[in-house]
Design a protein around this ligand. Structure first.
Ligand code: AKB
Length: 316
């Protein structure tokens, strides 16, 4: 099995690539970077994931059978530049799906992972324990691309038999690479503030509950979904998935257990409106039933691990 990961330098890509190399062998995972190429001794390519000829060449040359298509512009950045969000999120997905059709016709089928998000929901969605099947009327361009993408991947599965799998990621918390352009980013930035200055000003208001997940769980969920037998996958739009829901003051209290002097203050900006349109908690029972999803990290484990690892990074 040969794997291609687009968006390999992003928050998820930079942790998924090593995890896939560990599981499938370094020689079997090709990372596609845009311009921001990190040190990578493994197989990698540099270029624009929107360049259809480039993607075709990589897939053919490496005989790729699985693609993790992670390229994308997140919610807050997408509100600053909706055209870019549309192009980066929709255009590249359509290209990959069409290449998968061609490869299937040529007898070389590709399995695809594509990330959706809690951003697919909107202000008219029930916000507590948001069900798998519910109202999808997002208020951001990022969310619109996620709903359209979900419908598109379902269509390509039903119409062309392409094996595409997807998760509606909640906010992802990680220490290896900082996130960029998201509404849930406060839950990562807060650790930089805590460790560097013992204070942090949250751009979301106290009481803003959002579903979240630690990166280790997100990587495991992604790989477990992709390893699952096709008959276990009953959702071909995108699976609800979550680990824990909390608000900024709760996270600050947890941090205070390790850094008693830590202080949080609040100065909500345009991202508050986005957060207010998203679920507070998610019902992910379908993922649990279908392919056995279960998180390992709760709030206290996340905070402990983040402070330990980021702390070491700052000391080095
Ligand atoms: C964002 O905040 O835009 C992302 C997401 C929830 O998809 N982290």
């Amino acid at each position: 099995m040969k794997i291609l990961v687009t968006g390999a330098a992003g928050q998820i890509g930079s942790e998924l690539v090593p995890a896939l190399r560990e599981m499938h062998g370094r020689e079997n995972v090709v990372a596609l970077y845009h311009h921001n190429v990190p040190a990578d001794n493994g197989l990698h390519e540099v270029g624009d994931a929107g360049d259809v000829e480039l993607i075709k060449r990589i897939i053919k040359e490496h005989d790729i059978s699985t693609v993790y298509h992670l390229v994308g512009v997140l919610s807050a950045k997408g509100e600053k530049d909706p055209d870019l969000a549309y192009k980066a999120n929709m255009g590249t997905l359509k290209n990959i799906l069409d290449i998968a059709r061609e490869r299937k016709d040529a007898g070389r089928p590709i399995r695809i992972f594509w990330p959706s998000s809690i951003a697919a929901f909107g202000p008219t969605t029930p916000r507590d324990m948001t069900p798998q099947r519910t109202v999808l009327e997002p208020a951001t361009m990022y969310g619109i691309t996620k709903v359209a993408g979900e419908l598109m991947v379902n269509y390509y599965f039903k119409r062309y038999g392409i094996d595409i799998r997807s998760l509606r990621y909640p906010g992802i918390i990680s220490w290896k690479t900082p996130p960029g352009g998201g509404t849930t980013d406060y839950a990562v930035e807060i650790f930089y503030g805590a460790l560097k200055e013992k204070k942090y000003t949250s751009f979301l208001r106290e009481g803003t509950y959002l579903p979240m997940m630690y990166m280790d769980d997100a990587i495991r969920a992604t790989m477990e979904l992709m390893e699952a037998k096709p008959e276990r996958i009953s959702v071909r739009t995108s699976y609800n998935i979550t680990a824990v829901s909390f608000e900024p003051a709760e996270m600050a209290l947890e941090i205070k257990k390790h850094i008693p002097e830590f202080e949080i203050s609040f100065n909500p900006d345009f991202r508050q409106k986005i957060a207010d349109s998203w679920p507070k908690s998610i019902d992910d029972s379908q993922a649990r039933e279908d392919w056995g999803w279960k998180q390992k990290f709760g709030l206290s484990e996340i905070v402990g691990d983040m402070l330990r690892n980021l702390g070491k990074q700052f000391e080095a």
